[in-house]
Design a binder for this molecule. Structure first.
Ligand SMILES: NC(=O)c1ccc[n+]([C@@H]2O[C@H](COP(=O)([O-])OP(=O)(O)OC[C@H]3O[C@@H](n4cnc5c(N)ncnc54)[C@H](OP(=O)(O)O)[C@@H]3O)[C@@H](O)[C@H]2O)c1
Length: 108
């Protein structure tokens, strides 16, 4: 599969490595630009791209960023076709992300 991953932190980095080894065509982005993605992230495969490029011509997108950063990438997700699978690893941690009123009020 062609997979775009947003986030190169603890979770995103492992997903790049495991999915590349499994034979998938993986693109990955952080918030600061492809030139800032470390060689360790790409050691087993995958390509560093911009966040906008992670959603171009892929079968699946994996979001692996803190929930309070999701509004930054929401416009990219909104443009995806209905048959693109979106996987979100996010957990809401108010002590890390700050209080998000919509989640506190029960919004998924
Ligand atoms: N750590 C765990 O054990 C664990 C387990 C399950 C789920 N989760 C959840 O999975 C998510 C990721 O966790 P993590 O521990 O991997 O986080 P992390 O180590 O803090 O990494 C966050 C990543 O998100 C990127 N990012 C932030 N804003 C972005 C944007 N607008 N566009 C593209 N990339 C962006 C950051 O890039 P920059 O550094 O360039 O800003 C960074 O690469 C969180 O919601 C967390 O709660 C974590």
């Amino acid at each position: 599969m062609k997979i775009g991953i947003m986030g190169t932190g603890h979770i995103g980095k492992i997903l790049v490595q495991k999915l590349s080894v499994a034979g998938h065509d993986v693109k990955v982005a952080n918030s600061r630009g492809p030139e800032t993605i470390g060689a360790d992230v790409l050691a087993l495969g995958g390509r560093a791209v911009s966040a906008a490029d992670t959603v171009a011509d892929v079968n699946a997108v994996i979001i692996s960023i803190p929930p309070n950063r999701i509004p930054q990438i929401a416009p990219l997700i909104a443009k995806l076709s209905a048959d693109t699978v979106v996987i979100d690893t996010s957990n809401y941690h108010p002590f890390r992300d700050g209080k998000i009123d919509a989640i506190e009020a029960g919004q998924v």
